[in-house]
Design a binder for this molecule. Structure first.
Ligand code: 13P
Ligand code: SF4
Length: 323
């Protein structure tokens, strides 16, 4: 086999089987760990050392002893791994794997928003850039957003950014008034209420599980609202046998493996796509070819300015200290 240190090319000429074998070999050679989000392609989830939600992945990145972290997810997730691991190499197979929520909060606009709301505690969802994390007091994920907000003294005013739907959900659960940044996840807002209602009519015994990035009209129909890990846990523990799953379709891979006897139906999106479900185009940019090329070439690498990294680490560590 010819090995090259040339920049990654999209085509290695290897079959999927050979690619997986090469990825394992390079992983050992580079002392690398592969972390993957539940929204990754099934073949990437299968070869990862650890698959989880945003919180679990941040914790896994914090604990690793590997020299290289190959992060199969989107940019803010790989950045989080780098924030927690300044001395390790963090690779993201495709640097274009962004996020509509992170993109909704450019640092200069966010700074102006904070200046217009002095005296607020700033809670930012982990789906934001390192610069925004550095301007925040504490970070949260969809697993712990309620707990993070509840940890702030009741008399303090709070900004919640950048997901207005997660923020509104936290508001409803905690009864706290939050100043919300106007950002959305383009994938979760694309879930179709009409198609969902049709499915609920067709499967009257089905339970709806939904991610809190969904808009309120979807969450109002849900039997359970939670992070991807929480949805996975619910379908395992609940005695129900049919579930409609309102989040990105990638989670169905682990869910089907966890409850092979249950019927799992992805909530349909308004837009047409390959899976007839809600599909994150950024998550799907990572492929076996790109994972292989990243390990082979040691790039694309996440690089952060130290002052930004250190500021972002402060707000992230506050979240992690909450347990
Ligand atoms: P969780 O991983 O916290 O469930 O969030 C989902 C998500 O949208 C990640 O981008
Ligand atoms: Fe961002 Fe939504 Fe994709 Fe998650 S699913 S990475 S929030 S665009």
């Amino acid at each position: 086999m010819i090995r090259t240190m040339e920049p990654a090319t999209p085509e290695s000429g290897l079959s999927d089987f050979e690619l997986v074998a090469e990825i394992y070999r390079l992983k050992r050679e580079r002392n690398a760990v592969i972390l993957a989000h539940y929204y990754q392609q099934p073949e990437i989830q299968e070869l990862a050392d650890f698959v989880g939600d945003s919180l679990a992945l941040a914790k896994a990145a914090d604990k690793t002893g590997a020299e290289t972290i190959l992060f199969c997810g989107v940019h803010f997730m790989a950045e989080t791994a780098k924030i927690l691991n300044p001395g390790r190499k963090v690779l993201l197979p495709d640097l274009n794997a962004g996020c509509s929520l992170a993109d909704s909060a450019p640092p200069a606009k966010f700074r102006a928003f904070l200046d217009a709301h002095p005296g607020h505690v700033v809670v930012s969802y982990i789906n934001c850039s390192a610069e925004v994390k550095a301007m925040s007091d504490i970070i949260c994920t969809s697993s712990n957003a309620v707990r993070v907000v509840q940890s702030i003294p009741a008399e303090r005013k709070v900004i919640f950014a950048p997901d207005k739907h997660l923020g509104a959900y936290v508001q409803r659960v905690t009864g706290r008034e939050l100043v919300l940044w106007d950002g959305v996840c383009e994938v979760h807002v694309d879930i179709s209420l009409d198609k969902l209602k049709f499915l609920l009519g067709k499967y009257p015994d089905a339970k709806l599980v939904a991610h809190p990035e969904c808009p309120p009209h979807i969450l109002a129909e849900a039997d359970h609202v939670g992070s991807t890990s929480s949805l996975l846990e619910f379908v395992q523990k609940d005695p129900g046998t049919t579930f409609i799953v309102a989040t990105e379709g990638g989670i169905l891979h682990k869910m089907r493996a966890a409850v092979p006897g249950k019927t799992l139906i992805p909530a349909p999106a308004n837009s047409e796509n390959s899976c007839a479900c809600a599909e994150c185009p950024y998550m799907k940019l990572n492929t076996l070819e790109k994972v292989y090329a990243a390990l082979l070439n040691g790039q694309p690498e996440i690089v952060l300015e130290e002052s930004v990294r250190a500021g972002a680490e402060r707000s992230l560590r506050r979240m992690m200290e909450l347990g």
